[in-house]
Write a new protein. Structure first.
Length: 563
């Protein structure tokens, strides 16, 4: 997968006259497409809408918490808003964003295939995702859900809100993920180009392969668990509710057996994105390729052995808690390997702080904070004091949101020229990346402090401890900055799709079949000729760096007027 770095003239060449975007302009052609690239774009539109809904709910929550007595919302509406934020962000954005958008678009391109193994199943997955999302939205239109995104029983079985309809929507969304995972595994196993051995696969593919394993093993468990809640609500069966003879702790075991691995469904694809970006913008081969690949698989399997650390206070024995604690500490090792190898890759590299690289560096910083604070929660003695507080909220936002969204935005900016054949403003890209990083830390780091001081999560009022108000005002100010940081890419990337400077096939001088063998944007069949892979990935040469830098300066600041 070798390529020479393009020069400025190549970067100016027009897009392909024939590509997947202009193959057919009708709405029907998009809604009935089986082209993996178009399906990726459909997912991009969908998850952006759901992210916006979840973000609006988050803004309402943060505004409400600036006062110890609340401002506008009743406690009932606050609970429903809080639930909407979690449900949309977790089930309709974080779990699906990178796999469904970037995974669908890139996996066949990166392994030399013409499409997914099951194209029609791929389209069905999108329709199921949309159906689930619409049912979730309908449940909030008809009155809302007040049980939070975890749906703990007996709260979820006793509530008179639209929980059953919402759970049916999540159930359908879960099958969308399962079908996507089956497609990914079959495609990676059977559709690789000649010469594309397992150890020539990009690390991005290894991350999606590991993610698909987690989805296949974990999603059916949570799907049937949530379905049983619907059955219990509808027919009064005593499965989880104690007043009917059920066991609420059983629900927690089943829910967290999936929901901790679900963190890796969110973060493993981001790991793959970061591996691609770090090596490209450091102009060095990735350090420890096999260790990074193996660590992804290790995370996928070890992630199923630690669910009990969410339940240290749920009548576990000391021995059970100790076992879960030790395995959780062991699970930190594969993630640490990745961070070490990324750092070593950058060491003595020729680093370029382009927009994707800034997001990658931001990812490393936020994920490191989230991971290290997670070790406090893996220890039983500290978890006893911190569980149920805002310390937990800050921790999982640093990992799930800071990690996943920084990886997602980094990937969107990195592969944007390939997806749309256009370049965006580097000036605005860098500004937005820095705003997101600063805004995120300003939003969530104060929550570590207020959590350490003892503020419980999920509370609407905290008039009994007005000293917490300062931290909430600081957090709300940060969320405003963060919102601006998220809004900016929506503006300049949308502008770039229609008015952006035309991109060449490989504007970053990156390695990989999608850059070296496919146009920008690719044709419907992906490649003009059959692909033969002869070299290992990531054969970067630091001596080529100067040309990349010249191209980067030439293509930067389009909106600012420099061309």
């Amino acid at each position: 997968m070798s390529a020479t770095l393009i020069d400025n003239a190549t970067a100016e060449q027009p897009r392909n006259d024939r590509n997947y975007l202009n193959a057919d302009h009708t709405l029907k052609s998009w809604l009935l497409t089986v082209d993996h690239k178009r399906i990726g774009i459909l997912y991009l539109i969908a998850v952006t809408i759901f992210f916006f809904i979840g973000a609006v709910a988050a803004a309402m929550i943060r505004y409400e918490l600036t006062s110890p007595h609340g401002i506008l919302l009743s406690s009932e509406v606050y609970n429903k808003t809080f639930s909407a934020h979690g449900i949309y962000m977790v089930f309709q954005f974080l779990v699906v964003a990178i796999p469904a958008v970037l995974g669908n678009f890139l996996i066949p391109l990166m392994i030399g295939a013409r499409d997914m193994a099951f194209p029609r199943l791929n389209l069905l997955s999108w329709y199921m995702f949309m159906t689930g999302g619409l049912l979730i939205t309908l449940s909030f239109i008809l009155g809302g859900v007040d049980a939070g995104w975890t749906f703990y029983v007996p709260l979820s079985t006793l509530s008179e809100t639209q929980i059953s309809l919402c759970l049916v929507g999540i159930f359908i969304t879960g099958f969308s993920s399962i079908f996507t995972a089956v497609n990914f595994i079959a495609t990676i196993h059977k559709m690789r180009a000649p010469g594309m051995t397992w150890y020539r696969l990009p690390l991005y593919i290894w991350s999606h392969y590991s993610t698909a394993i987690v989805i296949l093993l974990g999603t059916p468990v949570v799907a049937i668990t949530l379905f049983l809640v619907v059955v219990e609500r509808g027919f009064g069966f005593g499965i989880f509710s104690p007043e009917l003879g059920g066991d609420p702790v059983l629900f927690q075991h089943l829910f967290w057996f999936y929901s901790h691995p679900a963190v890796y469904i969110m973060i493993l694809p981001a790991f793959g994105v970061i591996s691609e970006i770090i090596t490209c913008f450091s102009r060095r081969p990735i350090f420890g390729y096999r260790f990074i690949a193996y660590s992804s698989v290790a995370i996928a399997f070890l992630g199923f052995l630690v669910w009990g650390h969410h339940m240290f206070l749920s009548s576990q024995s000391v021995l059970q808690g100790l076992i879960f604690s030790i395995i959780t500490w062991i699970l930190a090792v594969p993630s640490a390997i990745k961070v070490f190898n990324w750092t070593t890759t950058m060491y003595k590299g020729s680093i370029h702080f382009s927009t994707p690289m800034l997001y990658a560096l931001g990812f490393m910083g936020l994920f490191l904070i989230g991971g290290l604070t997670g070790l406090h929660l893996a220890s039983i003695d500290t978890d006893v004091h911190l569980t149920g507080t805002y310390f937990i909220v800050a921790h999982f936002h640093y990992v799930m949101v800071g990690g996943t969204i920084m990886g997602y935005l980094g990937g969107i900016h990195f592969w944007f020229p390939k997806m749309f054949g256009r370049t965006y403003s580097e000036m605005w890209g860098r500004i937005s990346a820095m705003i997101v990083f600063v805004g995120f830390n300003l939003t969530f780091f104060p929550q570590f402090i207020v959590g350490y001081l003892g503020m419980p999560r999920r509370y609407h009022y905290y008039y009994f401890a007005p000293e917490w108000q300062f931290y909430h005002i600081l957090s709300t100010a940060g969320s405003t900055v963060l919102g601006i940081g998220f809004l900016l890419p929506g503006i300049y990337l949308t502008y770039a799709i229609f008015k952006g400077k035309k991109a060449g096939p490989n504007p970053w001088g990156a390695k990989g079949l999608e850059w070296e063998q496919a146009g920008s944007p690719p044709i419907t069949e992906n490649f003009e000729k059959p692909v033969l892979v002869l070299e290992d990935p990531y054969n970067y040469n630091p001596e080529e760096d100067s040309k990349m830098y010249e191209h980067e300066v030439e293509s930067a600041d389009m909106l600012g007027g420099r061309k």
